[in-house]
Design a protein around this ligand. Sequence first.
Ligand SMILES: Nc1ncnc2c1ncn2[C@@H]1O[C@H](COP(=O)(O)OP(=O)(O)O)[C@@H](O)[C@H]1O
Ligand SMILES: [Mg+2]
Length: 138
Amino acid sequence: MRELITESAQKTEQAGIWLAGLVKGGDIIAYKGGLGMGKTTFTRGLAEGLGITEQVSSPTFTLINEYRGEKNRLCHVDAYRLTGGDDLVDTGFFDYVDSGWIAAVEWSEMVELEADFTVSFERIDDNTRKITIEGRGV
Ligand SMILES: Nc1ncnc2c1ncn2[C@@H]1O[C@H](COP(=O)(O)OP(=O)(O)O)[C@@H](O)[C@H]1O
Ligand SMILES: [Mg+2]
Protein backbone atom coordinates (compact mmCIF):
# COMPACT_ATOMS: atom_id res chain seq x y z
CA MET A 1 0.00 0.00 0.00
CA ARG A 2 1.22 3.48 -0.78
CA GLU A 3 -0.20 6.73 0.59
CA LEU A 4 0.52 9.97 -1.19
CA ILE A 5 -0.46 13.50 -0.31
CA THR A 6 -0.75 15.59 -3.48
CA GLU A 7 -0.88 19.35 -3.16
CA SER A 8 -1.99 20.12 -6.71
CA ALA A 9 -3.75 18.56 -9.67
CA GLN A 10 -0.36 18.32 -11.34
CA LYS A 11 0.98 16.22 -8.46
CA THR A 12 -2.01 13.92 -8.79
CA GLU A 13 -1.20 13.52 -12.49
CA GLN A 14 2.34 12.58 -11.50
CA ALA A 15 0.92 9.86 -9.24
CA GLY A 16 -0.96 8.52 -12.27
CA ILE A 17 2.23 8.52 -14.31
CA TRP A 18 3.88 6.51 -11.53
CA LEU A 19 1.13 3.89 -11.52
CA ALA A 20 1.45 3.54 -15.30
CA GLY A 21 4.84 1.95 -14.66
CA LEU A 22 3.19 -0.91 -12.75
CA VAL A 23 0.19 -1.81 -14.89
CA LYS A 24 -0.02 -4.22 -17.79
CA GLY A 25 -2.60 -5.07 -20.42
CA GLY A 26 -5.78 -6.57 -18.95
CA ASP A 27 -5.36 -4.86 -15.59
CA ILE A 28 -8.32 -3.25 -13.86
CA ILE A 29 -7.81 -0.10 -11.80
CA ALA A 30 -10.72 0.68 -9.47
CA TYR A 31 -11.05 4.27 -8.26
CA LYS A 32 -12.85 5.10 -5.04
CA GLY A 33 -13.83 8.58 -3.93
CA GLY A 34 -16.49 11.11 -4.80
CA LEU A 35 -16.98 13.97 -7.21
CA GLY A 36 -14.05 16.32 -7.77
CA MET A 37 -11.58 14.15 -5.88
CA GLY A 38 -9.18 13.85 -8.80
CA LYS A 39 -10.01 10.54 -10.47
CA THR A 40 -10.07 11.98 -13.98
CA THR A 41 -7.00 14.09 -13.23
CA PHE A 42 -5.16 10.95 -12.08
CA THR A 43 -6.24 9.18 -15.29
CA ARG A 44 -4.64 11.98 -17.35
CA GLY A 45 -1.33 11.08 -15.77
CA LEU A 46 -1.97 7.37 -16.15
CA ALA A 47 -2.62 7.85 -19.88
CA GLU A 48 0.47 10.01 -20.27
CA GLY A 49 2.57 7.37 -18.52
CA LEU A 50 1.15 4.74 -20.85
CA GLY A 51 2.32 6.73 -23.85
CA ILE A 52 -1.11 7.96 -24.85
CA THR A 53 -1.01 11.44 -26.35
CA GLU A 54 -4.76 11.97 -26.78
CA GLN A 55 -6.42 14.35 -24.33
CA VAL A 56 -8.30 12.51 -21.55
CA SER A 57 -11.76 13.83 -20.73
CA SER A 58 -14.35 12.72 -18.21
CA PRO A 59 -16.37 9.66 -19.26
CA THR A 60 -19.45 11.00 -17.45
CA PHE A 61 -21.58 11.27 -20.58
CA THR A 62 -19.97 8.54 -22.66
CA LEU A 63 -19.75 5.74 -20.05
CA ILE A 64 -16.53 4.44 -21.66
CA ASN A 65 -13.79 6.46 -23.34
CA GLU A 66 -11.18 4.66 -25.43
CA TYR A 67 -7.55 5.76 -25.78
CA ARG A 68 -4.99 4.07 -27.97
CA GLY A 69 -1.27 4.54 -27.65
CA GLU A 70 1.52 2.81 -29.51
CA LYS A 71 2.03 0.23 -26.78
CA ASN A 72 -1.09 0.42 -24.63
CA ARG A 73 -4.82 0.77 -24.91
CA LEU A 74 -6.74 2.35 -22.05
CA CYS A 75 -10.46 2.38 -21.43
CA HIS A 76 -11.77 4.89 -18.92
CA VAL A 77 -15.14 4.03 -17.44
CA ASP A 78 -17.69 5.95 -15.37
CA ALA A 79 -19.74 3.43 -13.37
CA TYR A 80 -21.80 6.07 -11.56
CA ARG A 81 -25.06 5.15 -13.25
CA LEU A 82 -24.48 1.40 -13.14
CA THR A 83 -26.17 -0.65 -10.46
CA GLY A 84 -24.23 -3.88 -10.29
CA GLY A 85 -22.05 -6.44 -12.01
CA ASP A 86 -24.54 -7.23 -14.79
CA ASP A 87 -24.73 -3.59 -15.86
CA LEU A 88 -20.97 -3.55 -16.26
CA VAL A 89 -21.09 -6.73 -18.33
CA ASP A 90 -23.70 -5.08 -20.57
CA THR A 91 -21.36 -2.19 -21.37
CA GLY A 92 -18.89 -4.65 -22.90
CA PHE A 93 -16.38 -3.75 -20.21
CA PHE A 94 -14.97 -7.27 -19.88
CA ASP A 95 -14.47 -7.53 -23.64
CA TYR A 96 -11.97 -4.68 -23.32
CA VAL A 97 -10.23 -6.35 -20.38
CA ASP A 98 -10.14 -9.76 -22.09
CA SER A 99 -8.56 -8.24 -25.18
CA GLY A 100 -5.77 -6.64 -23.21
CA TRP A 101 -7.00 -3.13 -22.59
CA ILE A 102 -6.04 -1.49 -19.33
CA ALA A 103 -9.26 -0.41 -17.60
CA ALA A 104 -9.61 2.53 -15.20
CA VAL A 105 -13.02 2.66 -13.48
CA GLU A 106 -14.42 5.75 -11.77
CA TRP A 107 -17.19 5.12 -9.21
CA SER A 108 -16.12 1.49 -8.83
CA GLU A 109 -18.16 1.51 -5.58
CA MET A 110 -21.25 1.11 -7.78
CA VAL A 111 -20.24 -2.26 -9.24
CA GLU A 112 -18.73 -5.51 -8.07
CA LEU A 113 -15.28 -5.60 -9.49
CA GLU A 114 -12.15 -7.58 -8.83
CA ALA A 115 -9.43 -5.05 -9.43
CA ASP A 116 -5.68 -5.40 -9.81
CA PHE A 117 -5.21 -1.94 -8.32
CA THR A 118 -7.42 0.19 -6.10
CA VAL A 119 -6.83 3.94 -5.93
CA SER A 120 -8.74 5.75 -3.18
CA PHE A 121 -9.07 9.54 -3.03
CA GLU A 122 -9.78 11.66 0.02
CA ARG A 123 -10.04 15.43 0.19
CA ILE A 124 -7.75 17.14 2.68
CA ASP A 125 -8.54 20.68 1.51
CA ASP A 126 -9.32 22.54 -1.75
CA ASN A 127 -5.97 21.72 -3.33
CA THR A 128 -4.83 18.71 -1.36
CA ARG A 129 -5.78 15.08 -1.74
CA LYS A 130 -4.73 11.90 0.01
CA ILE A 131 -4.32 9.11 -2.51
CA THR A 132 -4.02 5.51 -1.35
CA ILE A 133 -2.81 3.01 -3.94
CA GLU A 134 -3.11 -0.71 -3.32
CA GLY A 135 -2.38 -3.62 -5.62
CA ARG A 136 0.22 -5.84 -7.16
CA GLY A 137 3.69 -4.82 -6.13
CA VAL A 138 2.64 -1.61 -4.35
N1 LIG B 1 -4.40 17.70 -5.30
C1 LIG B 1 -5.34 17.65 -6.28
N2 LIG B 1 -5.45 16.53 -7.01
C2 LIG B 1 -6.41 16.45 -8.00
N3 LIG B 1 -7.27 17.42 -8.32
C3 LIG B 1 -7.19 18.56 -7.61
C4 LIG B 1 -6.22 18.73 -6.57
N4 LIG B 1 -6.38 19.95 -6.04
C5 LIG B 1 -7.38 20.53 -6.72
N5 LIG B 1 -7.86 19.71 -7.67
C6 LIG B 1 -8.98 20.03 -8.57
O1 LIG B 1 -10.04 19.12 -8.28
C7 LIG B 1 -10.73 18.79 -9.48
C8 LIG B 1 -10.66 17.29 -9.70
O2 LIG B 1 -11.49 17.01 -10.78
P1 LIG B 1 -11.55 15.57 -11.45
O3 LIG B 1 -10.19 15.03 -11.66
O4 LIG B 1 -12.45 15.70 -12.64
O5 LIG B 1 -12.27 14.73 -10.28
P2 LIG B 1 -13.18 13.43 -10.35
O6 LIG B 1 -12.88 12.71 -11.64
O7 LIG B 1 -12.79 12.64 -9.14
O8 LIG B 1 -14.60 13.92 -10.27
C9 LIG B 1 -10.05 19.56 -10.59
O9 LIG B 1 -10.75 20.75 -10.80
C10 LIG B 1 -8.67 19.82 -10.04
O10 LIG B 1 -8.06 20.97 -10.58
MG1 LIG C 1 -14.13 12.07 -13.16
